[in-house]
Design a protein around this ligand. Structure first.
Ligand SMILES: [Zn+2]
Length: 435
């Protein structure tokens, strides 16, 4: 099942031709309507090719924050007349002042088109009864994702978060069989089903889960636990960045990375976050995702750094028929450490360590000196049950496994269980002790 077969199966060459055309038009629009970019790209020509795009400076979130401070409320990167703004969202602002996101009717249309591709790709079918449990309070994950689910043909129940007693009753009353939420919400809900309804979660009848907003599902243990507990199919269905496009990544039934679903709306570049040089989007490439809006009217962005690091799982067409490249998110690109020419991401280290039952999964990259690094010092925590007598053997095995799997040399200090602080969500694993 595809939402838009024509665009989802475009060849690379056809897509590139469309992008080239859209980019030229969009850049001309920016240079006549966006005071922010007129100033930033002062002296630039009025149109641009894909190749020339890579020569332009990046746009950073801090610049947008400053722009909204000096030109409230939407910043001087608002390129459309203010009366054309139909909807306003806010970013979560976990790392500073939140941004107000303005969308015109056309921006909204594009958002829901790409959202529908993602949800249908992740297995949503017409008539699926979905309860949408993401925060509706200004966050794009609320009303915007709700309307993408509707666009994709679902019957959508706008629930939001909180009031789980009413939620459980609503699921039963309406015979709801699908849920859209963060993965961790289902872990929380399982406890409530047991304590309030005195049944096992799988007896509630949810059979499809469309998840986003958190990285959790890429951990096979997290996904497996949700699927077993609820007897549902858990899909990573909702990756995006409200600043550029609310949803543009979702798994297909093969579950081998997130398909890119922003064709025609978003141009993606991959860069090396250390050198800032462009990288080819080819199978196995790792770098930071950088976005350029191709059609956005209200707050179009050029070369916007996501600071999200990703691996291109495959740039080849998928067995499902889609040609959109597949990627997986590795974490914050700012956490990347360069070790003897190899880009190492803490998320990748976490995946390797997770396969060792002797470890708790907690670790830190401890940088006592500035770069360059020939080897990477890691503090790795043992599981509570780990036998202390075999520690040197384990240490050697870890060094060898990290070398084989991630191609860098680690210097490992194994520490007793409970030594390291627990990391959650976006907490950095990298500890710098040098000034
Ligand atoms: Zn696929």
């Amino acid at each position: 099942m595809m939402w838009n077969r024509e665009i989802e199966t475009l060849s690379c060459a056809e897509l590139a031709a469309r992008e080239e055309n859209a980019l030229a038009n969009q850049f001309a629009y920016l240079m006549t309507h966006s005071a922010f970019y007129q100033e930033k790209f002062r002296g630039a020509q009025k149109t641009i090719t894909r190749a020339e795009l890579a020569t332009l400076p990046f746009t950073e979130k801090d610049e947008l924050r400053a722009s909204q401070e000096t030109h409230p409320p939407f910043g001087n990167y608002l390129a459309a007349p203010i009366e054309n703004v139909s909807r306003v969202h806010k970013t979560s602002g976990t790392t500073g002042r939140p941004l107000y996101i303005a969308l015109t009717a056309r921006d909204i249309e594009t958002t829901h088109e790409c959202g529908a591709r993602a949800y249908v790709g992740a297995g949503l079918q017409r008539g699926d009864r979905v309860v949408h449990c993401l925060n509706y309070q200004m966050w794009a994950g609320g009303v915007t994702d709700h309307l993408s689910l509707e666009r994709a043909g679902a019957t959508v129940i706008p629930f939001g978060v909180g009031n789980t007693h009413v939620l459980l009753r609503t699921i039963r009353d309406l015979g709801i069989h699908a849920i859209s939420s963060t993965p961790s919400y289902l872990v929380h809900l399982a406890d409530i089903v047991r304590s309030e309804l005195h049944i096992e979660p799988h007896e509630l009848g949810l059979r499809k889960g469309f998840f986003g907003g958190e990285p959790g599902l890429q951990n096979p243990n997290v996904r497996g636990a949700i699927e077993r507990t609820w007897n549902l199919r858990a899909m990573d269905a909702n990756y995006g960045m409200a600043d550029v496009l609310s949803i543009f990544g979702a798994e297909c039934e093969r579950r081998d990375g997130l398909h890119f679903h922003g064709q025609g709306a978003l141009l993606v570049e991959l860069i090396d976050p250390a050198t800032l040089k462009p990288l080819a989007i080819e199978t196995g490439a790792r770098g930071e995702l950088v976005y350029t809006n191709l059609t956005r009217a209200a707050q179009p962005l050029i070369r916007y750094r996501s600071h999200d690091a990703a691996e291109i799982v495959s740039a080849e067409p998928c067995a499902c028929g889609r040609t959109g490249f597949r990627f997986r998110v590795l974490g914050r690109s700012d956490d990347m450490v360069h070790v003897r020419g190899v880009n190492v991401f803490p998320t990748a280290i976490a995946e390797v360590l997770a396969s060792f039952p002797e470890l708790s999964g907690e670790f830190q990259v401890v940088l006592d000196t500035p770069p360059p690094y020939n080897q990477l010092p890691l503090r790795v925590e043992l599981a509570p049950t780990a036998a202390q007598d075999n520690v040197s053997h384990l240490n050697a095995l870890l060094v060898r496994t990290l070398q084989e799997r991630l191609n860098f040399r680690a210097a490992i200090e194994l520490v007793p269980h409970g030594t390291l602080p627990r990391t959650e969500g976006k907490t950095s694993r990298v500890v710098k002790t040098y000034p």
